[in-house]
Every structure is written in structure tokens, then in C-alpha cells.
Ligand binder design. Structure first.
Ligand SMILES: [Zn+2]
Length: 93
């Protein structure tokens, strides 16, 4: 886990628990949540036609009219974590 992610860990946890305000702060900071599909951090963005797509190698994706919107969509579609997954996240910090 890189320091950039670690600096935003509290907001990332909140966002993963469904806090839209935390997700918005992360989006403004340019931070993407771990992939909602595989929990990986390898999602990349690319321009597709008139929009921007964020894609993970596992196939999970989000698209928006610009990078900001694509990030917002990505960050707010993360599923709510189970208690076990939350513990794993705590152990990682
Ligand atoms: Zn993924």
C-alpha cells in the first residue's frame, strides 16, 4: 500500500462504508478507491470517444464525461464492506 493511499486511509474507509461525502473528498484529491470488484489498485483511466473510462484489469469499470466524473462514479459505486473486510482493512494500516 503506497503512502498516497495511506494519507487518505480514513476517507477511504468511510467511502467504503458508503459515505458519499468522503467519496467526494477523495475524488477531489484525485484518489480512486480500491476496485469494488477485486479490491485491486491497478485501475487505469483512458479516453474513449467523448468520455473517460476507468478500468480495472478484472473488468470492473466506470465511465464519465470527464476524469472527475468518472472518478466520482467509480468512488461512489464501491460496495459496503462486511465486518470481516473492514477488519482486514484495519490490519493493513
Ligand atoms: Zn478489479
Amino acid at each position: 500500500m503506497n503512502t498516497y493511499i495511506t494519507n487518505h486511509m480514513d476517507d477511504i474507509k468511510r467511502a467504503l462504508l458508503g459515505d458519499k461525502e468522503a467519496a467526494r473528498r477523495l475524488t477531489e484529491a484525485g484518489v480512486l478507491l480500491p476496485c469494488p470488484g477485486c479490491r485491486g489498485e491497478d485501475a487505469k483511466h483512458r479516453a474513449v470517444m467523448a468520455c473517460v473510462m476507468i478500468e480495472c484489469p478484472c473488468g470492473f469499470m466506470a465511465a464519465g464525461y470527464d476524469l472527475e466524473e468518472a472518478r466520482q462514479i467509480w468512488n461512489t459505486r464501491a460496495p459496503i464492506l462486511s465486518a470481516e473486510e473492514m477488519e482486514m482493512l484495519d490490519e493493513a494500516t
